[in-house]
Design a protein around this ligand. Structure first.
Ligand SMILES: Cc1cc2nc3c(=O)[nH]c(=O)nc-3n(C[C@H](O)[C@H](O)[C@H](O)COP(=O)(O)OP(=O)(O)OC[C@H]3O[C@@H](n4cnc5c(N)ncnc54)[C@H](O)[C@@H]3O)c2cc1C
Length: 446
């Protein structure tokens, strides 16, 4: 059975959805969007990375309006072009119900904090953020579905198995039930959960892949009052530190004022830690990740396998996530339930097992993280105290990248690879912007 379309999109995460939103501007195009996970209404926490909305559906809904954070699209288009695109995508989120206050735009407040950070050997990036919260994010995705469903064909619960290529040109896809969908324009947006599939398909059809870094570290939880000087002005503070001992890049990631620490489960049974904040409920704590970025060179080419190995170690020792008081880590002893109970910070993640992170993370990571916390303490006093809670491990895996044009087309004509799965973005806004770039290139060449 064969069906013909002008464009086929694989994956209904932000990258795939925004490709569709841009393509439907041209009325007569016949577009098919294929998603392996369930519809938005049928999604639950078991399908956290898969289904309508992709990883975006249960994400924290932080729209990071930055050309420097959340992706590497400036490697394909100019910074000013990306900046315009980010405004465009931001306004689309607002149109579909995602209007909310913009943080981090007060230039005077930023300058003051930036200078204070410099004195602590930290770099503070200026990042404007809108916070939808997980609940509102789902609403936005529902209203986009409502808008798109009469305009394109949407198939959920269907997995694309193969990309079809004829004479070095995209020719369509084959789904798990053996149906062929023919199209000269195929946009692959499979997200991180589909990145291995994309890498395997790329290798099969003869495209080259490069190796990306892996980010490993811990999630830090402190009283919200400690982080107030930063969070009240900037909401999401992006701090970068280069450690004195190893000269490694350490950064803060995904700061959740008044939020909760959460668990992230991967399909291969690996459990890592994450964080959320909800627009509708608040705790008295703020959490953020501290991540150390490592790019392996010859001969090792599997950074994700390394990251999962470390995460599994924590899962083995702690039956999931390990929690430790900073004071215990420094004193060289494990945390126990009693010691955690004596901390002035009550853990927001109750399932974490008190233990010793130095049995899990290599010395290099522990040393980098302690140095960064000490540096941060000069900017926000109270971070480097014995009561601070550390949860491990937090890991960020990046997909391998393909060679792409400025329109995000691969070496195969008409075949595009976008979003987190293609290793070029790592956030809602840049993933969505990547969709718009690819769609405009499709429209230009149709
Ligand atoms: C817990 C969590 C919280 C996050 N919080 C934030 C945040 O606050 N702010 C932010 O900017 N970013 C956040 N992110 C990251 C953000 O969700 C991603 O950057 C973004 O969703 C990437 O979009 P994408 O379209 O590239 O991929 P995804 O959103 O992962 O979507 C890809 C889709 O493709 C589908 N798919 C894969 N393979 C196939 C196949 N073969 N056939 C059919 N379908 C397929 C998948 O099922 C999936 O639905 C968070 C991520 C997680 C996991």
């Amino acid at each position: 059975m064969k069906k013909r379309y002008d464009a086929v999109i694989v994956g209904a995460g932000p990258a795939g959805i925004f490709t569709a939103l841009e393509l439907v501007k041209q009325n007569n195009l016949k577009v098919l969007l294929i998603e392996k996970g369930p519809d938005i209404d049928k999604r639950d926490r078991r399908s956290v990375n898969s289904g309508w909305g992709g990883s975006g559906a249960f994400s924290d809904g932080k729209l990071i309006l930055s050309t420097e954070v959340g992706g590497w699209l400036t490697e394909y288009i100019s910074e000013s072009a990306l900046s315009k695109l980010i405004d465009h995508v931001d306004s689309l989120y607002a149109d579909f119900g995602g209007k909310s206050e913009k943080f981090g735009v007060d230039a005077d407040a930023f300058l003051e904090l930036h200078m204070k950070a410099q004195l602590a050997e930290l770099t503070l990036l200026q990042v404007a953020v809108r916070h939808l919260g997980t609940d509102k994010c789902t609403e936005v995705l529902k209203s986009i579905y409502k808008y798109l469903s009469p305009r394109i064909d949407i198939m959920t619960g269907t997995t694309v198995q193969e990309v079809l290529v004829k004479k070095d040109k995209a020719a369509g896809v084959i789904t798990d039930d053996g149906t062929v969908y023919e199209s000269g324009k195929v946009i692959l947006a499979p997200g991180r959960s589909g990145s291995q599939w994309l890498a395997d398909e790329a290798t099969r059809i003869g495209l080259d892949l490069s190796v990306n870094p892996v980010d490993l570290g811990v999630r830090v939880e402190v009283p919200a009052a400690v982080m107030e000087p930063l969070t009240s002005k900037l909401y999401e503070s992006k701090l970068i530190y280069h450690s004195a001992h190893f000269d490694d890049k350490v950064r803060t990631f995904c700061m959740n004022p008044y939020g909760e620490v959460t668990i992230e489960r991967y399909s291969d049974n690996v459990i890592t830690v994450n964080g959320h904040s909800y627009a509708s409920r608040a705790t008295d704590k703020t959490n953020f990740a501290l991540l150390v970025s490592t790019t392996f060179t010859e001969p090792f080419k599997e950074p994700n396998a390394y990251g999962k190995y470390i995460a599994r170690l924590a899962n083995l020792l702690g039956e999931g996530i390990i929690i430790q008081r900073l004071g215990d880590l420094i004193e060289g002893r494990r945390s126990t339930a009693d010691r955690i109970a004596r901390s002035t910070v009550t853990p927001s993640l109750k399932e974490a097992t008190p233990g010793d992170l130095s049995f899990v993370l290599p010395y290099r990571y522990i040393s980098d993280i302690l140095e960064m916390l000490e540096a941060m303490d000069k900017l926000v006093p109270g971070v480097f105290t014995r009561n601070t809670l550390l949860y491990g491990v937090e890991a960020k895996f990046y997909s391998q990248r393909l060679k792409l044009t400025s329109g995000l087309m691969t070496d195969i004509e008409g075949l595009y690879a976008i979003g987190d799965g293609a290793g070029i973005t790592r956030g809602l806004i840049q993933a969505s912007a990547a969709g718009v770039i690819a769609a405009r290139d499709v429209l230009k060449n149709t």
